[in-house]
Design a protein around this ligand. Structure first.
Ligand code: FE2
Ligand code: FE2
Length: 472
């Protein structure tokens, strides 16, 4: 059972932290380091307070509270979804056994690694987004940025709790290092490539929250299946918060496309750039970039590590329990993307080895729903233009296609052809400069920058012109 969090405690939690003094003290000594990190690497724009959602419970109804809070006083806490005492392992060689409440010795190193990799992405995105407050297109957007930031901070707490509670001294050391690595740092970068890229403008931010946070959704989805029950319950609750991040990305891109379409129609032009909008071609290039670097986050098309994680029960498939197979996969085969005699094709592998591809395909079809939605906006405006996801082999730096260059249509290119044409497919310095030139902050209630349409709805039933943020 979980208990209701006590907000008078230093660290709000529903894990009965006060009954474990050692753990409580360890986390309380990590807390000031976290706050130092937040002060030095978190949002740079100074505010008095922000209309934020704070997690206060994990129940089905009413898990969050909304109110204006100074950001440094945000109640980062530790929340695990309710425990199901009957829960059984759903896959792998331990299928049908009770879920683990402790870390089995033989899986300790692997579980710790999985938690550290997930944990590393959370503060990374806060670092990547730290300067965006200066150029927010509205107070509504500013509030959403900060909401995403504080929740990524909470996700760091979620992973650090697991490291402290279940992995002893090594876990505590890893928790320290999560604050030492920094996005884009030369000496100690974040672990995964996409989390060392810049998020210099709001178009990048919306693309990041659509494509890269969505990778997070899929990774959390596989960890939610884990036989290690505390990890499963942690990820289940994180997914709840993650839904808002997806919403910010999806509707953010909706609104950019809507405004661009409007400028194109009103002025009978294909180029919204000179009119103060983001040209549709530039939206497509940003999409190509963020989608392809996010595809890399799923790792190689084949992976024996991931096969082992699955067999051991550490990491399942997306919606494992809805799959209609034996959940062991020891006799199954799977077709994965591959270079076959120098051509883009597919090759058959043992299903266990192809699990990265399985997860990437789930992700790709989810990404397509956004593109379909944005095309509906273009269609509704009477425009024939369409956005699309580039080919899976386009601009890949990890996996089967890392060694080749491929066009968005899936055509293999020579290095020379790629160099000559990549500026048509990926943002150029000229594109980035244009996008940055549009990023003029708008801080008046109810006003919005000219390159983006206002949202259809405010937050928590509040109107768009609500005072979402009080600036310092
Ligand atoms: Fe997160
Ligand atoms: Fe997120």
């Amino acid at each position: 059972m979980t208990s209701a969090p006590d907000y008078t405690e230093k660290i709000p939690n529903n894990v009965d932290l006060r009954d474990d003094r050692r753990l409580q003290r360890a986390l309380e000594s990590w807390q000031p380091n976290f706050l130092n990190w937040w002060e030095s690497m978190g949002p740079t724009l100074r505010t008095q307070d922000v209309y934020l959602r704070t997690a206060v419970n994990v129940g089905r109804e009413g898990w969050a509270h909304f109110g204006h809070v100074p950001m440094k006083d945000y109640r980062w806490g530790i929340f695990l979804a309710e425990r199901n005492a009957e829960r059984q392992i759903a896959f792998g060689q331990h299928k049908g056994e009770p879920a683990w409440q402790k870390v089995p010795g033989e899986y300790r190193a692997d579980l710790q690694r999985l938690i550290v990799i997930q944990g590393d992405t959370e503060p990374a995105s806060v670092e990547q987004q730290r300067n965006l407050g200066a150029t927010a297109p509205s107070l509504y957007d500013l509030r959403n940025l900060f909401q995403v930031n504080v929740e990524e901070g909470r996700h760091l707490w979620a992973m650090v709790y697991l490291l402290h509670a279940y992995f002893g001294r090594e876990g505590r050391e890893e928790a320290e290092e999560l604050l030492q690595r920094n996005s884009g740092s030369e000496e100690s970068p974040r672990i995964l490539g996409a989390f060392n890229e810049e998020t210099p403008d709001w178009l990048s931010f919306f693309m990041f929250t659509y494509f890269t946070d969505r990778d997070g959704k899929y990774q959390l989805g596989t960890l939610k299946e884990s036989a290690f029950d505390p990890l499963s319950r942690t990820c289940e609750f994180m997914l709840k918060e993650e839904a808002h991040h997806m919403m910010v990305g999806t509707t953010g891109i909706d609104r950019v496309v809507e405004r661009t379409a409007q400028l194109m129609v009103e002025n009978e032009t294909d180029d919204a750039g000179p009119l103060g909008g983001v040209p549709l071609t530039v939206i497509q290039k940003y999409l190509n970039f963020h989608y392809s670097v996010s595809l890399d986050l799923f790792g190689g098309e084949t992976s024996t590590n991931v096969a082992n994680y699955y067999t051991a029960g550490l990491k399942g498939r997306w919606l494992e329990e809805r799959r209609k197979d034996d959940h062991r996969l020891t006799d199954d085969a799977y077709l994965v993307d591959a270079l076959v005699e120098g051509e883009i094709g597919q090759t058959e592998v043992a299903a266990l080895v192809g699990l990265n591809t399985d997860l990437r395909r789930e992700y790709i079809s989810d990404c397509q729903t956004g593109v379909t939605r944005w095309n509906r906006i273009l269609d509704g405006a009477g425009l024939p233009h369409r956005l699309k996801l580039p080919h899976v082999a386009f601009n890949r730096r990890v996996g089967a296609f890392a060694s080749v260059e491929v066009s968005p249509d899936g055509e293999l290119l020579t290095p020379g052809e790629w160099a000559a044409q990549k500026g048509r497919w990926l943002p150029t310095d000229v594109d980035k400069t244009h996008v940055r030139s549009l990023m003029q902050p708008v801080r008046e209630r109810g006003k919005i920058a000219a390159w983006i349409a206002p949202p259809r709805n405010g937050i928590n039933g509040q109107p768009f012109d609500y005072d979402y943020v009080h600036l310092a």
